[in-house]
Write a protein that binds this ligand. Structure first.
Ligand code: SF4
Length: 369
């Protein structure tokens, strides 16, 4: 395995591949009459494409747009506000991943509420939250479930454990989302002119390659399920260009060491058992049909939304923040007047600067001259 990874990071191989990819992209540009545009739908790819220098190396040949691939960033203000409001439930412990702490809601953050005395704890997994519930049987422990297919199954597998042990003070607030629906929603947008998609590696481990077959069949776009090493990213871009040149569009799995055709059936079954897919809001995209995973009615005793009525303030978007446009790939962080001038990772104005998977945070770290 180590040997394989070494090869994926081989600088000589990378340079040779970059050259041939550049030539292929130029041929594609000639065919299209403009620069090709590819989008990645995964925050880890956004960071990897910048960190490895792939974005810079190919910047004259291809536009690499970053899509809605950061779960914190695509959580709507109303969801963030509700998550923060749960910290006001009497006696409650709110358990969350670290990157939610600084995410600005309309008026405050979880971190600010903690400073004011709310009991908000950073956990590393949903199982840690369940342990908090075991240790504090008299207090409601509300776990904030944020993330795509990679974290949605683990949250309900934890819930399964709570059901099995009859732990009644563990609650899930599910903001979990699935990734194919926003892909379907964004691609036809003529303003974006996306020619091909770099498909998420980790999400595809759960969903399987075939979950993306609708791209060529319904939307006439090619896709490549890609890994995260420089050579893998270059290979994905090269393959997209090749498919567009030949007109032979499909979904190619280039992350075969982790992604299977059918995906992870155990995780898929857990999701089917506990969640219903409902229409729900995404930052920037508005309501996306069948995209949000909410607990089914029969699990209402563990559903924070069903059990605690909280006051959610009217949404207020911070002045000047264009995070909603950034998650759609319509604008870049450089288009935001606050980027580095009032908004930075220490004092983030919007969620795109908070999460390490956020496009603004990535550009702040790697793309500033
Ligand atoms: Fe929002 Fe900050 Fe990004 Fe501007 S730089 S879009 S204010 S998160």
């Amino acid at each position: 395995h180590g040997q394989v990874l070494k090869q994926f990071r081989d600088p000589d191989l990378g340079r040779r591949m970059a050259e041939s990819t550049r030539q292929r992209l130029q041929r594609l540009a000639d065919k299209l009459g403009r620069r090709p545009r590819f989008m990645e739908f995964c925050g880890t790819h956004t960071a990897a494409i910048s960190r490895t220098g792939v974005r810079g190396v190919l910047k004259t040949e291809v536009d690499l747009l970053s899509g809605p691939g950061c779960p914190v960033c695509v959580s709507d203000y109303s969801d963030i506000d509700r998550a923060i409001a749960f910290s006001t439930v009497p006696g409650a412990i709110v358990a969350t991943f670290g990157d939610m702490m600084k995410v600005p809601g309309s008026r405050t953050t979880l971190q600010e509420e903690k400073a004011r005395g709310a009991d908000v704890r950073v956990v590393y997994s949903s199982l840690d939250a369940l342990q908090l519930a075991r240790e504090n049987p008299d207090r409601p422990v509300i776990f904030l479930g944020v993330g795509f297919e990679t974290t949605a199954p683990t949250a309900v597998m934890t819930l399964e454990q709570a059901v099995r042990e009859d732990i009644r003070n563990f609650y899930l607030y599910s903001m979990h989302k699935t990734t194919p629906p926003p892909t379907r929603a964004l691609l036809p947008d003529p303003e974006l002119q996306i020619d091909g998609i770099i498909l998420p590696g980790h999400v595809s481990m759960i969903l399987g390659r075939k979950a993306w077959d609708f791209l060529p069949s319904k939307l006439q776009r090619p896709g490549v399920v890609a890994g995260f090493e420089p050579v893998e990213l270059l290979a994905a871009i090269d393959t997209l260009a090749d498919m567009l040149l030949t007109g032979n569009l499909s979904v190619v799995n280039q992350y075969g060491r982790a992604v299977r055709e059918e995906g992870n059936l155990v995780a898929q079954q857990a999701m089917d058992k506990y969640y219903s897919l409902v229409d729900g809001p995404w930052r920037g995209l508005g309501t996306v049909a069948g995209s949000v995973l909410k607990l089914k009615q029969e699990y209402a005793p563990w559903d924070a939304e069903a059990c605690f009525a909280v006051n959610v303030p009217p949404t207020q978007i911070p002045k000047g923040c264009i995070c909603g446009e950034i998650v759609k790939g319509k604008q870049s962080p450089f288009d935001c007047a606050l980027f580095g001038k009032g908004c930075d990772p220490i004092r983030p104005v919007g969620p795109c600067m908070v999460s390490s998977e956020g496009t603004c945070a990535t550009y702040y770290k790697y793309e500033r001259m």
